[in-house]
Design a protein around this ligand. Structure first.
Ligand SMILES: [Zn+2]
Length: 76
């Protein structure tokens, strides 16, 4: 069951609540009772990075030796 982080805008209290994804998020602050609670995204989420890794096929030197343009690698 995922753990969610919440913060109350009224009293600035942060708290965690564990509930299923199908359950609506917490609205009422357990400390001050006001409905000023916001869900905050926990750090280390799944949406960071991702697109940086590229395959080892460069556009200029398919042999990886950097000398393909001169015909020295023998792979062209
Ligand atoms: Zn509060």
């Amino acid at each position: 069951m995922p753990l969610y982080d919440y913060k109350c805008d009224a009293c600035q209290t942060k708290f965690e609540q564990e509930h299923a994804m199908s359950v609506p998020p917490v609205k009422t602050c357990p400390h001050c009772g006001q409905e000023r609670v916001r869900k905050i995204l926990s750090t280390g989420g799944v949406m960071s990075g991702g697109m940086s890794r590229s395959p080892a096929s460069g556009p200029s030197s398919p042999c990886g030796m950097g000398s393909c343009g001169s015909g020295m690698c023998g792979m062209s």
